[in-house]
Design a protein around this ligand. Structure first.
Ligand code: FES
Ligand code: FES
Length: 439
Protein backbone atom coordinates (compact mmCIF):
# COMPACT_ATOMS: atom_id res chain seq x y z
CA UNK A 1 0.00 0.00 0.00
CA UNK A 2 1.37 3.44 -0.89
CA UNK A 3 1.99 6.05 1.76
CA UNK A 4 0.17 8.92 0.12
CA UNK A 5 1.84 11.43 2.43
CA UNK A 6 5.33 10.48 1.43
CA UNK A 7 6.93 13.25 -0.71
CA UNK A 8 8.20 10.69 -3.18
CA UNK A 9 4.62 9.62 -3.81
CA UNK A 10 3.32 13.09 -4.68
CA UNK A 11 2.50 12.12 -8.22
CA UNK A 12 -0.37 10.43 -9.99
CA UNK A 13 -0.25 6.90 -11.35
CA UNK A 14 -2.94 7.54 -13.92
CA UNK A 15 -4.00 10.73 -15.70
CA UNK A 16 -7.28 10.84 -17.59
CA UNK A 17 -7.87 13.68 -20.05
CA UNK A 18 -11.53 14.23 -20.96
CA UNK A 19 -12.29 16.62 -23.80
CA UNK A 20 -14.78 19.26 -22.71
CA UNK A 21 -14.30 21.43 -25.77
CA UNK A 22 -17.29 23.60 -26.62
CA UNK A 23 -18.34 24.65 -30.11
CA UNK A 24 -21.42 26.43 -31.36
CA UNK A 25 -24.34 24.09 -32.10
CA UNK A 26 -24.30 23.34 -35.79
CA UNK A 27 -20.52 23.14 -36.21
CA UNK A 28 -19.92 20.39 -38.76
CA UNK A 29 -17.49 18.51 -36.49
CA UNK A 30 -19.74 18.83 -33.44
CA UNK A 31 -17.91 18.83 -30.13
CA UNK A 32 -17.58 16.65 -27.06
CA UNK A 33 -19.39 19.19 -24.86
CA UNK A 34 -22.39 19.13 -27.21
CA UNK A 35 -22.57 15.40 -26.50
CA UNK A 36 -22.54 15.84 -22.74
CA UNK A 37 -18.81 15.66 -21.91
CA UNK A 38 -18.84 18.45 -19.31
CA UNK A 39 -21.31 16.68 -17.02
CA UNK A 40 -19.69 13.29 -17.70
CA UNK A 41 -16.21 14.59 -16.77
CA UNK A 42 -17.65 15.89 -13.49
CA UNK A 43 -19.38 12.55 -12.92
CA UNK A 44 -16.12 10.69 -13.53
CA UNK A 45 -14.28 12.95 -11.09
CA UNK A 46 -16.91 12.37 -8.40
CA UNK A 47 -17.05 8.60 -8.97
CA UNK A 48 -13.25 8.31 -9.01
CA UNK A 49 -13.25 9.35 -5.36
CA UNK A 50 -15.24 6.23 -4.38
CA UNK A 51 -13.13 3.89 -6.44
CA UNK A 52 -11.81 1.03 -4.31
CA UNK A 53 -8.23 1.17 -5.51
CA UNK A 54 -4.87 2.35 -4.27
CA UNK A 55 -4.14 4.04 -7.61
CA UNK A 56 -3.48 7.76 -7.52
CA UNK A 57 -5.79 9.01 -10.18
CA UNK A 58 -6.32 12.45 -11.65
CA UNK A 59 -9.25 13.26 -13.92
CA UNK A 60 -8.30 16.28 -16.01
CA UNK A 61 -10.33 18.53 -18.26
CA UNK A 62 -8.87 18.96 -21.69
CA UNK A 63 -9.51 21.04 -24.79
CA UNK A 64 -10.14 19.53 -28.21
CA UNK A 65 -8.27 16.25 -28.65
CA UNK A 66 -8.98 16.27 -32.40
CA UNK A 67 -11.22 13.21 -32.31
CA UNK A 68 -14.33 15.38 -32.38
CA UNK A 69 -16.42 13.12 -34.63
CA UNK A 70 -15.93 10.24 -32.22
CA UNK A 71 -16.68 12.25 -29.09
CA UNK A 72 -17.00 12.50 -26.23
CA UNK A 73 -13.47 11.14 -26.03
CA UNK A 74 -10.88 10.66 -23.31
CA UNK A 75 -7.29 9.48 -23.29
CA UNK A 76 -5.74 7.65 -20.35
CA UNK A 77 -2.02 7.93 -19.57
CA UNK A 78 0.53 6.48 -19.08
CA UNK A 79 -0.72 3.81 -21.56
CA UNK A 80 -2.22 6.31 -24.03
CA UNK A 81 -5.51 4.40 -24.34
CA UNK A 82 -8.34 6.25 -26.10
CA UNK A 83 -12.02 5.77 -25.37
CA UNK A 84 -15.27 7.19 -26.64
CA UNK A 85 -18.20 7.14 -24.22
CA UNK A 86 -21.84 8.13 -24.12
CA UNK A 87 -23.16 8.00 -20.62
CA UNK A 88 -22.53 7.35 -16.94
CA UNK A 89 -22.59 3.57 -17.44
CA UNK A 90 -19.66 3.86 -19.84
CA UNK A 91 -17.75 5.98 -17.32
CA UNK A 92 -18.47 3.45 -14.54
CA UNK A 93 -17.20 0.63 -16.71
CA UNK A 94 -14.00 2.50 -17.62
CA UNK A 95 -13.34 3.22 -13.93
CA UNK A 96 -14.18 -0.22 -12.62
CA UNK A 97 -12.57 -2.22 -15.38
CA UNK A 98 -9.68 -0.23 -16.84
CA UNK A 99 -8.63 2.00 -13.95
CA UNK A 100 -9.29 -0.36 -11.05
CA UNK A 101 -8.41 -3.72 -12.65
CA UNK A 102 -6.30 -2.83 -15.71
CA UNK A 103 -8.78 -4.60 -18.03
CA UNK A 104 -9.52 -2.63 -21.22
CA UNK A 105 -13.14 -1.85 -22.09
CA UNK A 106 -13.04 -3.22 -25.64
CA UNK A 107 -16.42 -1.92 -26.74
CA UNK A 108 -15.37 1.71 -26.13
CA UNK A 109 -11.82 1.61 -27.48
CA UNK A 110 -10.81 3.94 -30.33
CA UNK A 111 -7.98 2.83 -32.56
CA UNK A 112 -5.40 5.22 -33.94
CA UNK A 113 -6.82 5.40 -37.48
CA UNK A 114 -10.48 5.36 -36.54
CA UNK A 115 -12.67 8.12 -38.00
CA UNK A 116 -16.15 6.79 -37.29
CA UNK A 117 -17.72 4.94 -34.41
CA UNK A 118 -18.92 1.37 -34.84
CA UNK A 119 -22.70 1.33 -35.41
CA UNK A 120 -24.61 1.41 -32.18
CA UNK A 121 -26.14 -1.95 -31.40
CA UNK A 122 -28.60 -1.88 -28.58
CA UNK A 123 -28.44 -4.65 -26.02
CA UNK A 124 -30.45 -7.77 -26.76
CA UNK A 125 -31.71 -10.42 -24.40
CA UNK A 126 -32.82 -13.98 -25.06
CA UNK A 127 -36.20 -14.54 -23.41
CA UNK A 128 -38.32 -17.64 -23.01
CA UNK A 129 -42.08 -17.78 -23.44
CA UNK A 130 -43.44 -19.11 -20.15
CA UNK A 131 -47.19 -18.57 -20.71
CA UNK A 132 -49.55 -17.65 -23.55
CA UNK A 133 -53.23 -16.75 -23.25
CA UNK A 134 -55.50 -15.97 -26.19
CA UNK A 135 -58.21 -13.32 -26.13
CA UNK A 136 -60.81 -12.37 -28.71
CA UNK A 137 -59.89 -9.97 -31.56
CA UNK A 138 -56.58 -11.75 -32.19
CA UNK A 139 -54.96 -10.50 -28.99
CA UNK A 140 -52.53 -12.72 -27.09
CA UNK A 141 -51.06 -12.24 -23.65
CA UNK A 142 -47.48 -13.45 -23.24
CA UNK A 143 -45.33 -13.98 -20.19
CA UNK A 144 -41.59 -13.94 -20.89
CA UNK A 145 -38.78 -14.91 -18.54
CA UNK A 146 -35.02 -14.74 -19.05
CA UNK A 147 -33.67 -17.85 -20.76
CA UNK A 148 -31.28 -18.58 -17.85
CA UNK A 149 -33.70 -17.72 -15.03
CA UNK A 150 -31.75 -14.58 -14.05
CA UNK A 151 -33.45 -11.30 -13.13
CA UNK A 152 -34.76 -9.36 -16.12
CA UNK A 153 -33.59 -5.78 -16.78
CA UNK A 154 -35.56 -3.24 -14.74
CA UNK A 155 -38.33 -1.28 -16.42
CA UNK A 156 -40.46 1.72 -15.53
CA UNK A 157 -44.26 1.69 -15.87
CA UNK A 158 -45.12 2.91 -19.39
CA UNK A 159 -42.01 1.23 -20.87
CA UNK A 160 -41.90 -1.13 -23.84
CA UNK A 161 -39.54 -3.76 -25.18
CA UNK A 162 -38.90 -4.60 -28.81
CA UNK A 163 -39.22 -8.20 -29.94
CA UNK A 164 -37.15 -9.39 -32.91
CA UNK A 165 -39.15 -11.72 -35.10
CA UNK A 166 -37.87 -14.67 -37.09
CA UNK A 167 -38.13 -12.66 -40.34
CA UNK A 168 -35.77 -9.95 -39.07
CA UNK A 169 -38.56 -7.54 -38.06
CA UNK A 170 -38.55 -5.56 -34.85
CA UNK A 171 -41.77 -4.66 -33.06
CA UNK A 172 -42.43 -2.71 -29.84
CA UNK A 173 -44.80 -3.91 -27.12
CA UNK A 174 -45.70 -2.18 -23.85
CA UNK A 175 -44.91 -4.03 -20.66
CA UNK A 176 -48.09 -4.71 -18.71
CA UNK A 177 -46.81 -6.50 -15.60
CA UNK A 178 -45.60 -5.32 -12.21
CA UNK A 179 -42.31 -3.44 -12.70
CA UNK A 180 -41.13 -4.71 -9.29
CA UNK A 181 -41.33 -8.31 -10.48
CA UNK A 182 -37.88 -8.99 -12.01
CA UNK A 183 -38.78 -12.56 -13.00
CA UNK A 184 -41.27 -11.98 -15.81
CA UNK A 185 -42.40 -9.52 -18.46
CA UNK A 186 -46.08 -9.49 -19.40
CA UNK A 187 -47.15 -8.12 -22.74
CA UNK A 188 -50.08 -8.12 -25.13
CA UNK A 189 -49.73 -8.59 -28.89
CA UNK A 190 -52.58 -7.74 -31.26
CA UNK A 191 -52.49 -8.99 -34.84
CA UNK A 192 -51.86 -5.92 -37.01
CA UNK A 193 -54.48 -5.29 -39.70
CA UNK A 194 -53.27 -4.89 -42.37
CA UNK A 195 -50.38 -6.99 -41.14
CA UNK A 196 -46.80 -5.94 -41.81
CA UNK A 197 -45.65 -9.39 -40.72
CA UNK A 198 -44.33 -8.84 -37.19
CA UNK A 199 -47.44 -9.61 -35.14
CA UNK A 200 -48.44 -12.50 -37.44
CA UNK A 201 -45.11 -14.16 -36.81
CA UNK A 202 -45.33 -13.69 -33.04
CA UNK A 203 -48.91 -14.93 -32.74
CA UNK A 204 -48.53 -17.81 -35.19
CA UNK A 205 -45.05 -19.00 -34.20
CA UNK A 206 -44.49 -18.31 -30.50
CA UNK A 207 -45.61 -20.98 -28.06
CA UNK A 208 -44.73 -21.86 -24.49
CA UNK A 209 -41.08 -22.96 -24.27
CA UNK A 210 -39.97 -21.03 -27.40
CA UNK A 211 -37.34 -18.37 -27.13
CA UNK A 212 -37.34 -14.88 -28.63
CA UNK A 213 -34.84 -12.04 -28.75
CA UNK A 214 -35.79 -8.74 -27.10
CA UNK A 215 -34.32 -5.28 -26.59
CA UNK A 216 -33.79 -3.71 -23.18
CA UNK A 217 -36.83 -1.80 -21.92
CA UNK A 218 -37.17 1.86 -22.95
CA UNK A 219 -39.78 4.33 -21.78
CA UNK A 220 -41.46 6.92 -24.03
CA UNK A 221 -44.54 7.11 -21.81
CA UNK A 222 -43.33 7.77 -18.27
CA UNK A 223 -45.56 8.60 -15.31
CA UNK A 224 -45.13 12.05 -13.77
CA UNK A 225 -45.06 11.14 -10.09
CA UNK A 226 -45.42 14.80 -9.06
CA UNK A 227 -49.11 14.72 -10.16
CA UNK A 228 -51.75 14.84 -7.42
CA UNK A 229 -54.03 12.41 -9.31
CA UNK A 230 -53.55 10.18 -12.36
CA UNK A 231 -56.40 9.70 -14.82
CA UNK A 232 -55.67 6.69 -17.05
CA UNK A 233 -57.65 6.34 -20.29
CA UNK A 234 -57.20 3.25 -22.48
CA UNK A 235 -58.82 1.81 -25.57
CA UNK A 236 -58.42 -1.90 -26.49
CA UNK A 237 -54.80 -3.10 -26.47
CA UNK A 238 -53.83 0.38 -25.20
CA UNK A 239 -54.62 -1.02 -21.75
CA UNK A 240 -51.19 -2.70 -21.48
CA UNK A 241 -49.01 0.25 -20.30
CA UNK A 242 -51.84 1.32 -17.96
CA UNK A 243 -51.70 -2.06 -16.21
CA UNK A 244 -48.02 -1.54 -15.34
CA UNK A 245 -48.86 1.99 -14.18
CA UNK A 246 -51.74 0.68 -12.05
CA UNK A 247 -49.47 -1.87 -10.32
CA UNK A 248 -46.97 0.83 -9.37
CA UNK A 249 -49.60 3.43 -8.42
CA UNK A 250 -51.17 0.96 -6.00
CA UNK A 251 -47.83 0.18 -4.42
CA UNK A 252 -46.98 3.86 -4.04
CA UNK A 253 -50.42 4.67 -2.61
CA UNK A 254 -50.99 7.18 -5.44
CA UNK A 255 -54.42 8.57 -6.35
CA UNK A 256 -55.60 7.18 -9.72
CA UNK A 257 -58.56 5.95 -11.75
CA UNK A 258 -58.74 3.96 -14.98
CA UNK A 259 -61.30 4.45 -17.76
CA UNK A 260 -61.15 1.55 -20.19
CA UNK A 261 -63.10 1.24 -23.41
CA UNK A 262 -63.68 -1.99 -25.39
CA UNK A 263 -66.35 -3.11 -27.88
CA UNK A 264 -68.08 -5.50 -25.44
CA UNK A 265 -67.32 -7.78 -22.53
CA UNK A 266 -66.55 -10.77 -24.71
CA UNK A 267 -64.03 -8.75 -26.73
CA UNK A 268 -62.27 -6.94 -23.87
CA UNK A 269 -58.72 -8.23 -23.24
CA UNK A 270 -57.21 -8.65 -19.76
CA UNK A 271 -60.51 -8.04 -17.93
CA UNK A 272 -59.78 -10.21 -14.87
CA UNK A 273 -56.32 -8.72 -14.48
CA UNK A 274 -57.67 -5.17 -14.84
CA UNK A 275 -60.21 -5.82 -12.10
CA UNK A 276 -57.59 -7.18 -9.75
CA UNK A 277 -55.08 -4.36 -10.36
CA UNK A 278 -57.57 -1.50 -10.26
CA UNK A 279 -60.29 -2.95 -7.92
CA UNK A 280 -62.81 -0.14 -7.38
CA UNK A 281 -60.63 2.43 -9.15
CA UNK A 282 -61.75 1.63 -12.65
CA UNK A 283 -64.71 2.24 -14.98
CA UNK A 284 -65.27 0.13 -18.07
CA UNK A 285 -67.21 1.32 -21.11
CA UNK A 286 -68.46 -1.16 -23.70
CA UNK A 287 -69.26 1.01 -26.72
CA UNK A 288 -70.55 -1.78 -29.04
CA UNK A 289 -68.62 -0.08 -31.83
CA UNK A 290 -70.46 3.24 -31.33
CA UNK A 291 -68.07 6.02 -30.17
CA UNK A 292 -70.96 7.97 -28.61
CA UNK A 293 -71.28 5.14 -26.06
CA UNK A 294 -67.56 5.37 -25.19
CA UNK A 295 -65.82 7.26 -22.38
CA UNK A 296 -67.52 10.69 -21.92
CA UNK A 297 -64.27 12.60 -22.44
CA UNK A 298 -65.69 16.11 -22.63
CA UNK A 299 -67.26 15.97 -19.19
CA UNK A 300 -64.45 13.87 -17.68
CA UNK A 301 -61.76 16.32 -18.75
CA UNK A 302 -63.74 19.56 -18.50
CA UNK A 303 -61.83 20.52 -15.34
CA UNK A 304 -58.32 19.71 -14.21
CA UNK A 305 -58.59 18.96 -10.50
CA UNK A 306 -55.49 20.29 -8.74
CA UNK A 307 -52.33 18.97 -10.42
CA UNK A 308 -54.06 15.98 -12.04
CA UNK A 309 -52.41 14.40 -15.09
CA UNK A 310 -54.12 12.39 -17.80
CA UNK A 311 -52.56 9.44 -19.69
CA UNK A 312 -54.08 7.97 -22.83
CA UNK A 313 -53.14 4.99 -24.95
CA UNK A 314 -55.20 3.42 -27.73
CA UNK A 315 -56.46 4.10 -31.25
CA UNK A 316 -55.51 7.47 -32.84
CA UNK A 317 -59.14 8.73 -32.59
CA UNK A 318 -59.20 8.22 -28.81
CA UNK A 319 -55.74 9.77 -28.35
CA UNK A 320 -56.68 12.88 -30.38
CA UNK A 321 -60.01 13.23 -28.56
CA UNK A 322 -58.29 13.16 -25.15
CA UNK A 323 -55.66 15.65 -26.30
CA UNK A 324 -58.34 17.99 -27.61
CA UNK A 325 -60.55 17.67 -24.53
CA UNK A 326 -57.61 18.35 -22.17
CA UNK A 327 -56.05 21.13 -24.27
CA UNK A 328 -56.89 23.65 -21.51
CA UNK A 329 -55.02 21.59 -18.85
CA UNK A 330 -51.60 22.81 -17.70
CA UNK A 331 -48.67 22.23 -20.05
CA UNK A 332 -47.23 18.71 -19.72
CA UNK A 333 -50.29 17.31 -17.90
CA UNK A 334 -51.49 15.25 -20.89
CA UNK A 335 -49.41 12.17 -21.77
CA UNK A 336 -50.14 9.88 -24.68
CA UNK A 337 -48.87 6.90 -26.59
CA UNK A 338 -50.39 5.28 -29.65
CA UNK A 339 -49.58 2.15 -31.61
CA UNK A 340 -50.56 3.22 -35.11
CA UNK A 341 -49.47 6.40 -36.93
CA UNK A 342 -51.63 9.49 -36.97
CA UNK A 343 -53.16 10.08 -40.41
CA UNK A 344 -51.94 13.69 -40.69
CA UNK A 345 -48.28 12.51 -40.48
CA UNK A 346 -48.76 10.29 -43.49
CA UNK A 347 -50.46 13.02 -45.55
CA UNK A 348 -47.82 15.79 -45.17
CA UNK A 349 -45.89 17.18 -48.15
CA UNK A 350 -42.19 16.31 -48.35
CA UNK A 351 -39.31 18.54 -49.48
CA UNK A 352 -35.77 17.45 -50.31
CA UNK A 353 -33.11 18.73 -47.88
CA UNK A 354 -29.55 18.03 -46.74
CA UNK A 355 -28.17 16.21 -43.73
CA UNK A 356 -24.62 16.10 -42.40
CA UNK A 357 -23.56 13.00 -40.49
CA UNK A 358 -21.18 14.74 -38.15
CA UNK A 359 -19.21 11.70 -36.96
CA UNK A 360 -18.79 10.41 -40.51
CA UNK A 361 -18.03 13.81 -42.08
CA UNK A 362 -20.61 12.94 -44.73
CA UNK A 363 -23.19 15.20 -46.42
CA UNK A 364 -26.27 13.53 -47.94
CA UNK A 365 -29.38 14.71 -49.73
CA UNK A 366 -32.67 13.31 -48.46
CA UNK A 367 -35.00 13.14 -51.48
CA UNK A 368 -38.72 13.99 -51.38
CA UNK A 369 -39.63 10.33 -51.60
CA UNK A 370 -37.29 8.93 -48.95
CA UNK A 371 -36.80 9.25 -45.21
CA UNK A 372 -33.63 10.35 -43.43
CA UNK A 373 -33.27 6.74 -42.27
CA UNK A 374 -33.42 5.43 -45.84
CA UNK A 375 -30.92 8.05 -47.09
CA UNK A 376 -28.48 7.10 -44.32
CA UNK A 377 -28.82 3.38 -45.02
CA UNK A 378 -28.37 4.00 -48.75
CA UNK A 379 -25.01 5.62 -47.90
CA UNK A 380 -23.98 2.34 -46.22
CA UNK A 381 -24.26 3.51 -42.62
CA UNK A 382 -25.87 0.93 -40.32
CA UNK A 383 -28.56 2.22 -38.02
CA UNK A 384 -31.29 0.53 -35.99
CA UNK A 385 -35.00 1.14 -36.37
CA UNK A 386 -38.20 -0.55 -35.30
CA UNK A 387 -41.68 0.81 -36.07
CA UNK A 388 -40.50 3.24 -38.81
CA UNK A 389 -43.70 5.18 -38.10
CA UNK A 390 -42.46 7.64 -35.47
CA UNK A 391 -44.06 5.68 -32.63
CA UNK A 392 -41.36 3.80 -30.73
CA UNK A 393 -38.29 6.06 -30.32
CA UNK A 394 -35.82 3.44 -31.55
CA UNK A 395 -34.30 5.70 -34.26
CA UNK A 396 -33.84 8.77 -32.02
CA UNK A 397 -30.75 10.81 -32.96
CA UNK A 398 -29.25 13.97 -31.43
CA UNK A 399 -29.38 17.11 -33.56
CA UNK A 400 -26.27 19.29 -33.59
CA UNK A 401 -27.62 21.94 -35.95
CA UNK A 402 -30.48 22.91 -38.27
CA UNK A 403 -34.23 23.05 -37.75
CA UNK A 404 -36.20 19.81 -38.12
CA UNK A 405 -39.86 19.32 -38.91
CA UNK A 406 -40.98 16.87 -36.24
CA UNK A 407 -43.61 14.35 -37.31
CA UNK A 408 -43.22 11.68 -34.65
CA UNK A 409 -45.46 10.79 -31.73
CA UNK A 410 -42.61 10.09 -29.33
CA UNK A 411 -41.29 13.52 -28.35
CA UNK A 412 -43.43 15.82 -26.22
CA UNK A 413 -44.34 19.28 -27.56
CA UNK A 414 -41.69 20.75 -25.27
CA UNK A 415 -39.03 18.35 -26.54
CA UNK A 416 -40.03 19.16 -30.11
CA UNK A 417 -39.62 22.87 -29.55
CA UNK A 418 -36.15 22.23 -28.03
CA UNK A 419 -34.98 20.62 -31.31
CA UNK A 420 -32.36 18.50 -29.54
CA UNK A 421 -33.50 15.14 -30.94
CA UNK A 422 -35.19 13.78 -34.03
CA UNK A 423 -36.87 10.48 -35.03
CA UNK A 424 -35.18 9.94 -38.36
CA UNK A 425 -37.68 7.34 -39.61
CA UNK A 426 -40.37 9.98 -40.08
CA UNK A 427 -39.30 13.53 -39.20
CA UNK A 428 -37.74 15.73 -41.85
CA UNK A 429 -36.67 19.31 -42.58
CA UNK A 430 -37.87 21.97 -44.99
CA UNK A 431 -36.32 22.57 -48.43
CA UNK A 432 -33.02 24.45 -48.13
CA UNK A 433 -32.43 23.32 -44.52
CA UNK A 434 -29.33 21.38 -43.48
CA UNK A 435 -29.69 19.14 -40.45
CA UNK A 436 -26.48 18.22 -38.67
CA UNK A 437 -26.92 14.88 -36.94
CA UNK A 438 -24.79 13.29 -34.21
CA UNK A 439 -24.09 10.21 -36.29
S1 FES B 1 -14.31 18.48 -29.41
FE1 FES B 1 -13.67 16.80 -28.25
S2 FES B 1 -12.15 15.92 -29.44
FE2 FES B 1 -12.62 17.74 -30.48
S1 FES C 1 -38.18 3.52 -35.73
FE1 FES C 1 -39.76 3.87 -34.30
S2 FES C 1 -39.72 6.03 -34.04
FE2 FES C 1 -38.36 5.66 -35.68
Amino acid sequence: MKDINSPKNLYFDVHVFCCINERAAGHPRGSCSLRGSIALQEYMKARAKDLKSNIRLRINKSGCLDRCELGPVMVIYPEGIWYHYDDENDIDEILESHIAKGVLVDRLLIDSKQRTLPPKKSERHRLKVSAVEEFAHDICRYELTSADGADLPLFEPGAHIDLFTGQGLRRSYSLAGDSRDRKKYVLGVRREKPSRGGSDWLIDQLSVGDSVEASSPANNFPVDWSASHHLLIAGGIGITPMMAMGHEMRQRGASFHLYFCAPDEAHAPFLDEIKSIFDDRHTIHFDNGDPTQGIPLTSLLSQQEGNAHVYVCGPPGLVSAVRESSAHWTEGATHWEQFVPALEAVAKKNDAFEIVLSRQNLTLTVGEDETILQAIRKAGVEIESSCEDGLCGCCRVNILGGVPEHRDLVLTDLEKSDNQEIMICISRAKAGETLILDL
